[in-house]
Design a protein around this ligand. Structure first.
Ligand SMILES: NC(=O)c1ccc[n+]([C@@H]2O[C@H](COP(=O)([O-])OP(=O)(O)OC[C@H]3O[C@@H](n4cnc5c(N)ncnc54)[C@H](OP(=O)(O)O)[C@@H]3O)[C@@H](O)[C@H]2O)c1
Length: 303
């Protein structure tokens, strides 16, 4: 692999992936299109990263970025978007980022003769999933699977690590509130470390047996959301009780939060939590990798 295009790699997971690839492939050209170069200063220090000002939604720009590449890693994702209009399967933002963009990536890869694609989706993504997030993620997977590509899909549960927007959010809020009124307190998650995810993505490029595979990624332990919140607040030095909210109140809480510029929770997030984010029995990571426990990492950045 000499030239790799990383799409959606300027965020939390992408930063770990590109760091790992840079370490493994010191002479590779790691191309990273971004909409906001000024927010990518942390990436410009990685030696073989090349940031491109590019709108990946534009097919011509995408084709140009992909020209001469040996592989594409597709990681674009949004957790929140507008609610769907009547008759739509998901809102416009989810459609654009999760369904239409993977279809454009598939088309550009076919046209440019780039066969190898690794796509980051989400555990629970399914056409009949309860949320727009999960349904649109499934549409993106399907668009790539329909193309004749050497494709690997990874589907992580919630991801933790320095810079996450999950445990860090709860740890940060702990100092401000006396207790947590929490929607979905009993929902189960299997948090996986961002570096484990990055290693698996990098492994996929090295392992031909990963072509055509779909890997669920999870950590070694399953927790309820309530347990995770209690843990995060305790490690942050502000232990707080969690009070589970009944569904009706959770809906009202989410509606109210949607009015904030950066809502910590939306109604669609609540729908995603109708199903557990847990791997099939016994599955954590592929290639014989041993998943890193939350407790071995989280104190280093939550405290
Ligand atoms: N974090 C988790 O717990 C978790 C769990 C399961 C699956 N995942 C999946 O992992 C992938 C990476 O997630 P993350 O946590 O790293 O997210 P993130 O930090 O928010 O990064 C998202 C990336 O997608 C790009 N992006 C977002 N919307 C876009 C759009 N409309 N058009 C083009 N680019 C867009 C962002 O680019 P800009 O820099 O230009 O904004 C950024 O590079 C996503 O596919 C997500 O669904 C994450």
């Amino acid at each position: 692999m000499k030239t790799i295009l990383l799409i959606g790699a300027t965020g939390f997971v992408g930063t770990a992936v590109v760091s790992e690839l840079s370490r493994r492939l010191a002479s590779a050209d790691l191309r990273m299109p971004t909409r906001r170069r000024e927010r990518c200063k942390h990436l410009s220090v990685i030696p073989n990263v090349r940031l491109l000002d590019a709108d990946v939604h534009d097919p011509a720009t995408l084709a140009q970025a992909m020209h001469g590449c040996d592989a594409v890693i597709s990681m674009v994702g949004i957790l929140q978007g507008d609610e769907p209009q009547a008759g739509e399967p998901y809102g416009r933002a989810f459609a654009r980022a999760h369904a239409e963009l993977p279809a454009k990536i598939a088309a550009a890869a076919r046209a440019q003769g780039v066969r190898r694609v690794v796509h980051v989706s989400s555990l629970g993504a399914a056409v009949d999933a309860p949320s727009c997030y999960l349904r649109s993620k499934a549409a993106g997977e399907a668009a790539l699977q329909a193309a004749d590509l050497d494709l690997t899909i990874v589907k992580p549960s919630v991801i933790f690590g320095r810079g996450d927007s999950f445990l860090t959010l709860f740890a940060g809020m702990a100092a401000l509130v006396p207790f947590f009124p929490l929607a979905g307190a009993e929902v189960r998650f299997q948090p996986v470390w961002v570096n484990d995810v990055a290693n698996v993505v990098a492994d996929c490029l090295e392992r031909s047996e990963s072509v055509g595979q779909v890997y669920e990624l999870g950590g070694p332990t399953v927790y309820t959301l309530g347990e995770l919140v209690r843990y995060a607040t305790r490690v942050a030095g502000h232990p707080r009780p969690v009070i589970g909210l009944p569904d009706v109140l959770a809906q009202w809480q989410a509606r109210a939060m949607e009015l904030l510029p950066k809502p910590p929770m939306t109604r669609d997030n609540l729908r995603s939590m109708q199903i557990p984010s847990v791997c099939a029995e016994g599955v954590t990571l592929p290639f014989g990798r041993v998943a890193t426990p939350l407790e071995a990492v989280a104190p280093s950045y939550l405290a």
